[in-house]
Structure formats: C-alpha cells, structure tokens
Write a protein that binds this ligand. Structure first.
Ligand code: AMP
Ligand code: MG
Length: 346
C-alpha cells in the first residue's frame, strides 16, 4: 500500500540529510585541535557523537557554527528531545513542519516509493512499541501490531508547511535518515564558507569533500560487525571518499536480546516485526548523505537476496552503484561488494 502522498502544492526544496557504523580514520577529538593545518573537533548530537576535520586557509574555528546547526536540528527532528517539533507533531500538538522536517518527510516519501515501502518513516509507533526508544521492551500482541501496521500505512499527506495524518497513531520517525541529513546540512554550511576539504561524521554517517592539501583523498573505515553491542570498533575495510558520503546501517550494535533472541532496531514495515536475516550491515556510498542513510536502512529491511535483486533491477539508478553487504554465512562473516564499491576500496 502506498501511504505517503505529496499534495499538489508541494515544492521540492532539497538541501543540497545509534551507534553503529563506519569508524572514520580521521582523528576524533573533543577539543578543537590544529595540527599540520588540519582542524578537528567533536561533540554530541542526536544521542550520538560527531566529529569534524577540515583544512581552512583562514584557520577558522567552526565549532560554534556546527554546534548551533546540530542543536537546531535536534530541536526539530530528534526523538530524544522532549520539546522537539517531531515529538510535538507525534503527540498531536501541532501539524506544522519546519523546513528540516519538510525536507525529511519529502525525502522519506521519495525513498518509500523507490524501495516499494521497505523504507517507511511512519513506523514510529511500531518502533516504540518494540521498545527501541522510550518504552519498556516488550513484544506487542498481534492485534496491537495489526493496528499499528494500519497506522504506518494510513494515508499521510505533505502540504506546503504542514503534515496531514489521517490516523492519530501514525507517528513520524526519521532516525533512519536524520543523521545523514544533518551531515548534508553541515556540508552545505562548510561549502558556503568556502571550506574545500572536509570530513564530517555524525554517528558514523560520513561525508568527505575535496582532497587534503597533499592531494590525498579522505579515507573512511567500514566497521567489522561485532558479536555484541559493546566491543570496541574494528575496521573491516577502508575506502577513499571524495565528494561523496558513506553510511553503514547494521543490526549488530543497535538491538536488544530477550530469551536468547536478538531483535534488530530495523522494522519490516510489511510485518511490523524487527527484521531477522543474515545481513549484518550494509554500507552505501552516494553523493548525498541522507540518501545513502535511507538506502542503507532500506537494504537492511530487504535482506541480502532481495537487495541484490533490487540492485540488479535498478542498475544505473541512484543508490545501487557502490554498496557493500556484510552477512553471516553459517557463522562465517562474508562480504558482497558491487563493482562501484570495489573501486573505492584501498
Ligand atoms: P538506521 O540506523 O539508519 O538504519 O535507522 C534505524 C532507525 O530507523 C530505527 O532505530 C528506527 O527508529 C527507524 N526505522 C526502523 N525501521 C525502519 C524502516 N523500515 N524504515 C524507516 N525507518 C525505520
Ligand atoms: Mg539509515
């Protein structure tokens, strides 16, 4: 069922987008650091960390700019901030969209249709019910799940600056795209300031622009899926990234375990249940970080086999050129890389 609609009055604005994912090879520092011309700093946003590294002939400290953009982003799209606009919309207190939520909803609608519903930002209430955000972790009974599935597929419309929900149980959840989109917002700010070489990482969603002064591309490590959620990250493979983003979505850090069963934080919108398959992580390289983020989640929903069918059927189309899958083959870690991804590996 196609549940997300764009009203005729909608214009495409388009900017320019938990702890899993790509461990950057850049230095991550909490205080602003200047060494050999590189400026690096980091902090917290969206319930996770961020790190930024860049070269600037004017040696500007961009931390206040980054912090205020990320704080504004959290006030809009973060489900972890009680007073955020998304929380108020979900609580039925307002239907107004600010430009950030408008773009997130628009982009999510595009990916919803592109992936035939595998990506669905209306699964918010289902995610909560399984207990990945605020509530007790408990399995919803099947009548409740059916009701919430209905809500996740209820007609929902985007107006110029507002959202129309036809079911009060339909709740927005942009966690699968928001970090990536925040990276794009930071990248747009760096571009407008004339920074020609930078690496931005928000919780593992990474964008790299330009080359370092010595001509080398930025390098980003893709994390080896770990056996549990607390092990120190290890790099599985590394890629060179220039004017592109890489996002990894995985089931190995964000999950919970009950009675020996692991429940992923990724929901299959067709069943309302956490996905359960051999796929451990998917890394997608794309120009815009929001799109890489959304596609990585969509592939996690599809699983390896369906993802490969999707890539085959959409050759030459967005989100299919450079993708790496890491999966569990009877206890052995295996990878599948598209040709486009192989070309980037170091
Ligand atoms: P990511 O880590 O980018 O794959 O995003 C996972 C998060 O997105 C989850 O914690 C949920 O909040 C949300 N989510 C879960 N399943 C879906 C889905 N099928 N489509 C869109 N968002 C989802
Ligand atoms: Mg994602």
């Amino acid at each position: 069922m196609q549940s997300l609609h764009k009203s005729k009055s909608v214009r495409h604005l388009g900017v320019g987008r938990f702890l899993i994912i790509a461990a950057t090879l850049a230095t991550s520092l909490t205080a602003c650091n200047r060494k050999e011309g590189i400026i690096s700093f980091g902090g917290k946003a969206q319930g996770t960390y961020y790190t930024v590294s860049y070269f600037d002939s004017q040696q500007r400290n961009l931390q206040p700019t980054v912090d205020s953009l990320l704080a504004a982003f959290d006030q809009s799209a973060s489900l972890w901030v009680d007073s955020s606009l998304i929380r108020r919309i979900n609580a039925g207190l307002t239907d107004s969209l600010d430009p950030i939520l408008y773009n997130l909803l628009w982009h999510s609608t595009e990916v919803f249709h592109y992936t035939d519903g595998a990506f669905n930002c209306l699964v918010g209430r289902i995610v909560q019910e399984w207990g990945f955000s605020f509530r007790q972790r408990q399995e919803p009974d099947s009548a409740r799940l059916q009701r919430l599935l209905q809500a996740a597929h209820a007609p929902t419309y985007i107006g110029n600056n507002h959202v129309v929900r036809t079911d009060p149980l339909t709740e927005l959840d942009f966690n699968a795209i928001a970090q990536g989109y925040s990276v794009d917002i930071l990248a747009a700010a760096f571009d407008s300031l004339g920074i020609e070489s930078y690496l931005i990482d928000v919780g593992g969603e990474v964008i790299a622009h330009g080359a370092k002064p010595n001509g080398q591309s930025w390098r980003v490590g893709i994390e080896r899926p770990s056996a549990d959620s607390i092990s120190a990250p290890q790099v599985m493979t590394a890629i060179e990234l220039r004017d592109a983003s890489v996002v990894t979505s995985g089931s190995y850090r964000k999950y919970y375990e009950r009675d020996g069963v692991r429940y992923s934080h990724t929901i299959d919108p067709r069943t309302g249940r956490p996905v359960q398959h051999s796929l451990l992580s998917v890394s997608v390289v794309e120009k815009e970080c929001w799109f890489a983020d959304a596609m990585a989640t969509a592939y996690m929903v599809m699983g390896l086999e369906k993802s490969l069918e999707f890539i085959q059927a959409h050759q030459g189309q967005p989100g299919t050129d450079a993708v790496m899958f890491i999966y569990d083959d009877h206890g052995t870690l295996k990878t599948y890389e598209t040709q486009g991804f192989k070309k980037l590996t170091i």
